[in-house]
Design a protein around this ligand. Structure first.
Ligand code: N01
Length: 562
């Protein structure tokens, strides 16, 4: 009979190495939370860019900002009272994350300008073998770790639209996610293709400098009233437009924490509270539609043609909603020509549409989106199985963060991780903390591998489909929330972009790890090995602190007193 004694103290921590890909918001959080939960953890974060920040480092198009209120787009434990405006622009958001990175000294875990090219699970050693390209030297670098985690974002792979002749264009051609800072739009004729969140921000930002703009809008999209409207109205006697906070407001919040927290909570509450609006049966759905339509008509005043062309026939929130400050106002400018005809080709000088019209321009901006949830490098799990093939056209995950057949692998912002409303930073925080607990188990409880049971992966995936059938996401609108390549496929595909529930539901779901939903293998084959050999580490070393630790541990005392 095999021994039930494992030669380890009950609180021994085994050496554990985590390889993390990406130093965006998720990677920064991992560097803060993982070492706190797993003492002695070896953590290495590889990042292809030369700096932290991820999407906020990369996206530099004019007008790039967060259309979520700044106070609801920050860490729960790092509330800045200093945001300059209700909606913060990308450089200010990047500075926030750089400050957080400095404060927690996270760069000590990071290797910049290293692009991951492949990750492969090795069954024999139960380790992830990761291949990277050192972008500075051009050398191939290899690393090996017990756990692989990715925080590469859902929308990291931008792509050119499939338009014949696009690359024959002889003027300036740019994608929103790969902006050339040297491009000067002053006095130019510019085409902006796409009216998603990026296009909606680029149009008003470019408008003042361009001579003229053709804005190609293929589908329709709801532009919501700004959440800031009450705030703005209170400040500007009802006049829209000024979203800035005053120095006095910021100083007051800085000195009166309570009043700040109450302000932040009011924004979070309003945002989280939007969740009921996603249900088809939501009684206020009709009222919401009417309110949005009314607001769009108001902002498109004097242009009934645009009102008729722009207002969608699907429910608000089917596509990602954006308040688009200044967007509709730009469309009524005499400088802007909204083109609803389908683009058929691009040639050396401009864009041709299906009505045969050729519109010459100096520059074309493709604000045409990303290939969502593609990861950014191939990952091979048990038996050499490719993650891309495993996920296929309808990705199957457990809670968006892991999947069967890929042991010791986790990700943030995987399929079904996004939020139609709520605080995405809190969602990343919750998922990262959840994985920190898993890492702690791997390090301290004789666990070698962990992966979700296939039936729970199936259950989560089926839940997503059943749940989303109740929501307006499954209305007929083309959106990156849905699986598919073409606009037509994206109208009907499974909803893979968003979490099946509210933002608060997500936070609660990640609060405890349901170990019973996972398969685990032990380090030494002893399924009672977590119990060790009957000693604690302090017993072995006669460490006086360790022999009476419970008298210093506030959690322990608190739980025993209550
Ligand atoms: O991309 P999108 P995005 N001809 O896929 C059109 C986040 N984000 O970069 O609707 C003509 O949403 C396409 O048309 P249609 C946010 O999560 C956040 O704008 O398919 N048009 C659509 O209008 C967002 O949802 C912020 O008919 C073509 C547009 O291109 C996500 O990123 C800011 C076309 C693509 O819209 C993606 O937004 C910016 C073609 N051939 C982005 N091909 C924040 O503020 C595509 N389109 C936080």
């Amino acid at each position: 009979m095999e021994s039930k004694i494992s030669e380890r103290a009950i609180d021994d921590v085994r050496p554990l190495k985590v390889i993390y890909i990406g130093a965006g918001v998720s990677g920064i959080l991992a560097c803060i939370q993982f070492p706190k939960h797993v003492p002695g953890l070896e953590l290495v974060v590889y990042e292809k860019n030369e700096e932290v920040g991820g999407t906020w480092f990369e996206n530099r198009y004019p007008g790039c900002a967060c259309d979520i209120p700044a106070h609801a787009y920050q860490l729960s434990f790092e509330s800045s009272t200093d945001w300059s405006s209700f909606y913060a622009e990308a450089p200010e958001i990047l500075r926030y994350w750089q400050r957080v990175a400095d404060k927690y000294n996270v760069r000590r875990f990071m290797k910049f300008r290293h692009q991951c090219t492949e990750a492969r699970w090795d069954e024999e050693t139960a380790k992830w073998h990761v291949t990277l390209l050192d972008l500075a030297s051009g050398q191939v670098v290899r690393d090996v770790g017990d756990v692989l985690m990715t925080g590469v974002g859902a929308l990291n792979r931008w792509e050119w639209p499939e338009i014949p002749g696009l690359h024959d264009f002889q003027g300036k051609l740019m994608h929103s996610a790969d902006w050339d800072a040297a491009f000067d739009p002053e006095g130019k004729s510019v085409a902006v293709i796409g009216a998603g969140s990026s296009g909606i921000q680029i149009v008003p930002a470019l408008l003042p400098s361009v001579a003229s703009m053709d804005h190609y809008v293929r589908g329709r999209t709801w532009i919501s009233p700004s959440l800031a409207s009450e705030f703005v109205k209170a400040r500007n006697n009802g006049v829209d437009g000024n979203f800035s906070y005053t120095d006095e407001e910021r100083a007051a919040w800085k000195h009166d924490r309570e009043s700040y927290i109450s302000y932040r909570k009011s924004i979070e509450t309003e945002f989280q509270g939007l969740c009921m609006a996603f249900y088809r049966e939501f009684p206020q759905q009709v009222a919401m539609r009417e309110l949005f339509a009314e607001e769009m008509r108001r902002r498109l005043q004097g242009r009934p043609d645009l009102v008729a062309e722009m207002i969608p026939d699907f429910a608000p929130l089917c596509k990602r909603l954006t308040p688009g400050p200044g967007y509709l106002e730009s469309l009524v400018s005499p400088k802007v020509n909204v083109v609803r005809s389908k683009i058929t080709a691009v040639n050396a000088t401009g864009i041709i549409t299906d009505d045969g019209v050729h519109r010459p321009v100096d520059a074309i901006v493709c604000a045409t989106g990303f290939r969502s949830f593609q990861g950014s490098f191939p990952v091979y799990g048990r038996g050499g199985r490719s993650m891309q093939e495993h996920l296929g056209s309808r990705p199957r995950t457990y809670l968006s963060i892991c999947t069967d057949g890929f042991p010791n692998f986790f990700q943030t912002l995987g399929p079904n991780s996004g939020l139609g409303a709520g605080n995405l930073v809190m969602a990343i925080e919750s998922a990262t903390l959840y994985v920190a607990r898993v890492l702690r188990k791997l390090a301290t409880e004789n666990v070698k591998t962990i992966e979700p049971r296939a039936r729970h992966v199936d259950s989560f995936t089926r839940f997503c489909d059943e749940y989303h059938a109740r929501t307006v996401y499954t209305d007929k609108c083309a959106s990156w929330y849905k699986a598919g390549r073409t606009a037509a496929e994206k109208e009907r595909g499974a909803v893979i972009g968003v979490w099946p529930g509210s933002g608060v539901h997500l936070i609660k779901a990640f609060q405890e790890v349901r170990w019973e939903d996972f398969e685990m293998e032990t380090v030494d084959g002893n399924d009672f090995g977590w119990f060790g050999n009957g000693l604690s580490g302090a017993d072995r070393t006669s460490d006086p602190e360790g022999l009476s630790w419970y008298l210093n541990d506030t959690n322990f005392l608190h739980e025993n007193q209550s």
